[in-house]
Design a protein around this ligand. Structure first.
Ligand code: KG4
Ligand code: ZN
Length: 374
């Protein structure tokens, strides 16, 4: 059976065709994966403009779906189900995909499967590598989310840690903006950091400790992790962003500026070496924070594998350091190939087939949901 998947939750219009293999260990085959990126449109604004994103989805969706069918060498009569991202994401963007998928399912008389965007990121690992050795600790790290899941059975995702403020990808994008680099910031900082000294700046990493005054409740369900560890596996990146801002302001201030010169220091005053050092030092702290928590939780929970998915899993240092830690801990570490790391519809197809086989389909009143629990 072939399934057509559509993803329009943010600024990528994507469609893919996924087939079932009949092999329980490697259940799905990627037949095509087409992504129309809107980066060039949003770059001008330094971030995604929701109204522009939904309008561009409308322009692109027909052509992207046609190309996905073409590249898979299938026609409409070969498609047995349609999966679509229901949420979370930008409402106007999600609505384009949901309406389009509904129309196809209704006119072809085939099932419609609603998919959670993060389930898609998690199942990208299974699409690529086959079923993970369970239990598994899977980190989803993207522009909108930084969430750690514990998976004991296929298709059931228990949230055990999440960011309290900014997502890691958001921190990359904001720091890139502070440094006067482009959008999206992740790939640019990744590249630049290779030329910098990652110990040049000692940026702090926030930890949720028992010394916190308004002690936050842990994200993990009670009893799964010991209380101190349960709080420690939550993430926080907004303080790091502020620390980078302070360094940029100090380094970019002209030493000979008089009292009257009150213009804000600009990133363009930084020497290129400084920018690379800041990028490398920032990246080291982010990667350490992500991997410390993931491996600590994985070890405690007796995980048999570790997965890392989502746009930030494309990061070269995160990949290299995760592999090194996995080797040291004797834990296999899985990441998706680059084209399955950032937003795509193939992962939605994988999660869609999982749900379809679990008996989940949507009615015609399916609505897009900007916030949706997994
Ligand atoms: O999963 P994704 O494509 O979209 C969301 O669901 O948010 O993730 C996009 C995020 C952006 O913040 C982008 O800067 C980040 O992933 N990203 C990276 C890299 N490539 C993309 N971050 C760090 N290093 C990269 N190589
Ligand atoms: Zn995503």
């Amino acid at each position: 059976m072939n399934l057509l998947a559509i993803e329009t939750s943010c600024d990528e219009t994507a469609a893919a065709v996924i087939a079932e293999t009949g092999d329980p260990a490697k259940p799905w085959l990627l037949k095509s994966n087409v992504v129309a990126s809107q980066d060039a449109i949003h770059r001008e604004w330094g971030g995604v403009v929701p109204e522009l994103a939904s309008r561009q989805h409308l322009r692109d969706v027909c052509g992207v779906v046609d190309r996905a069918l073409d590249q898979a060498s299938v026609g409409w009569s070969d498609i047995g189900a349609v999966a679509v991202t229901q949420g979370p994401g930008l409402l106007g963007s999600l609505l384009v995909g949901v309406s389009f998928a509904k129309s196809i399912a209704w006119s072809r008389g085939i099932p419609l499967v609603p998919v959670h965007h993060l389930a898609g990121h998690i199942e990208s690992l299974v699409l690529e590598h086959g079923e993970l050795a369970l239990p598994s600790a899977v980190l989803v790290v993207s522009g909108g989310h930084t969430s750690l899941y514990f998976i004991r059975e296929p298709g059931r995702y228990e949230l055990i840690g999440r960011t309290r403020d900014d997502a890691a990808g958001e921190a990359y994008d904001k720091v890139a903006r502070l440094l006067g680099l482009g959008y999206p910031g992740g790939p640019i900082i990744d590249r630049l950091a290779r030329e910098g000294n990652d110990r040049a700046y000692a940026f702090p990493v926030s930890r949720m400790t028992h010394a916190d005054r308004n002690q936050p409740r842990a994200t993990a369900p009670p009893g799964l992790l010991p209380p101190t560890l349960a709080r420690r596996v939550d993430f926080s990146f907004s303080g790091l962003k502020t620390a980078v801002m302070r360094v940029v302001q100090t380094r970019a201030a002209k030493p000979d500026a008089g009292v009257a010169d009150t213009a804000a220091p600009r990133a363009s005053n930084l020497a290129p070496g400084d920018v690379a050092d800041i990028a490398a030092s920032f990246q080291r702290v982010v990667v350490e924070a992500l991997l410390d928590r993931t491996f600590e939780a994985a070890g405690w929970l007796g995980a048999r594998s570790v997965g890392i998915a989502g746009g930030v899993s494309a990061n070269s240092r995160l990949r290299a350091d995760a592999a090194a830690r996995g080797a040291k801990a004797g834990l296999p570490v899985f990441v998706p190939r680059l084209s399955l790391s950032t937003d795509n519809a193939a992962m939605i197809g994988a999660a869609g087939l999982r749900r379809l086989r679990a008996g989940v389909t949507a009615d015609w009143d399916l609505n897009a949901e900007a916030s949706l629990a997994l």
